[in-house]
Write a protein that binds this ligand. Structure first.
Ligand SMILES: Nc1nc2c(ncn2[C@@H]2O[C@H](COP(=O)(O)OP(=O)(O)OP(=O)(O)O)[C@@H](O)[C@H]2O)c(=O)[nH]1
Ligand SMILES: [Mg+2]
Length: 304
């Protein structure tokens, strides 16, 4: 029996979040849930710890204060057994017994699909990489698999326009997706998010989870919260992957760790249990190995 790790217990989203709103999120909410049946393990719980402070690399400060760090505790480990060393640096993720070999030995581009029904027919598990245009989805894939341009990147938003499947170690997929929220995209670069979500997220039975990328170099965006809430309502497991955490030199605005802390505040308002989150940079490689390890435990649990 394949099981997703559900890290969600969503409360009713607040209607008016005082967030930076740049675009209107256009995901439609389906009337019926077409997800395969899911087994929900005991939800991660809120657990106070100072671990994330002690394990963070010196260049970052913890995005959460000591008293409100909500850990993501995977199946197979009791909250009382969690030690500081089991928490991945720059994240709230506890490594449990399902974590396994996280090395990327080979990667192969399989195909680009314009529609969900054109995606590879396969029973191997996959992770979807989702986020606003230009947040760094394709760059993260290149960083995870240590290949410079297996996924094409660009300074201009709207580069990825198709669903791209990459097969890792012949055993699981990374799926690069077009970004949302790019209002100025040329017609050809815009995608129909409504049919996309129905077609892909709700029917892809091999989807282990979504890596929802959030740009840590800008303040929280309403469109990202809306997206997280939509996924939550549809019981699709999320890991928040904060990108561009190397951008520490800010002349105006806040630093990545401050933006992340602000984002967490909004998440806390909408979720009873905090989803998994991790800080990354495709430039410095921070968070790469840790994210791969986390994905290995989600995958192995799904595949048991
Ligand atoms: N400093 C920094 N820049 C990054 C990082 N990740 C991506 N970028 C830059 O952000 C820009 C967009 O990166 P992409 O990977 O193409 O973004 P995307 O989310 O795939 O964009 P779309 O395909 O348009 O949706 C590029 O100029 C990257 O070099 C990061 O971790 N740090
Ligand atoms: Mg891209």
């Amino acid at each position: 029996m394949r099981s997703r790790i559900l890290s969600l217990s969503l409360q009713i989203p607040r209607s008016s979040l005082p967030l930076t709103q740049t675009h209107t999120f256009s995901l439609s909410i389906p009337k019926t849930k077409t997800l395969p049946s899911l087994i929900s393990f005991r939800h991660p719980f809120s657990h106070s710890t100072s671990a994330s402070k002690t394990t963070n690399p010196s260049s970052y400060s913890s995005p959460l204060s000591q008293n409100d760090t909500a850990l993501f505790i995977p199946p197979g480990i009791e909250p009382s057994d969690v030690t500081d060393s089991a928490i991945l640096p720059c994240s709230n993720i506890v490594v449990g017994p399902y974590a396994g070999d996280a090395k990327v030995k080979e990667v192969e581009f399989i195909k680009s699909s314009a529609r969900a029904r054109d995606c590879p027919v396969d029973d191997r598990p996959e992770f979807a990489i989702l986020g606003r245009s230009n947040v760094g989805k394709s760059s993260l894939i290149n960083s995870l698999v240590r290949r410079k341009e297996i996924a094409l990147t660009s300074k201009k938003p709207g580069k990825t326009q198709l669903i791209n499947h990459f097969l890792v170690n012949k055993s699981w997929y990374l799926v690069d997706l077009p970004g949302y929220g790019f209002a100025k995209a040329p017609e050809a670069a815009k995608m129909d998010w409504s049919s996309f979500t129905k077609g892909y997220f709700l029917n892809r039975s091999t989807l282990v989870g979504v890596l929802l990328l959030i740009d840590a170099s800008v303040p929280p965006q309403k469109i990202d919260l809306d997206c997280a809430n939509w996924l939550g309502r549809n019981k699709i497991p999320i890991t928040f992957v904060f990108t561009k955490c190397d951008k520490m030199k800010v002349t105006k605005g806040k630093r990545p760790d401050e933006n992340i802390r602000d984002f967490q505040e909004f998440i806390r308002e909408n979720y009873k249990q905090h989803p998994a989150w991790i800080m990354t940079s495709s430039v410095s490689g921070v968070g790469r190995d840790e994210l791969l390890l986390h994905m290995s435990q989600l995958r192995n649990y799904w595949d048991q």
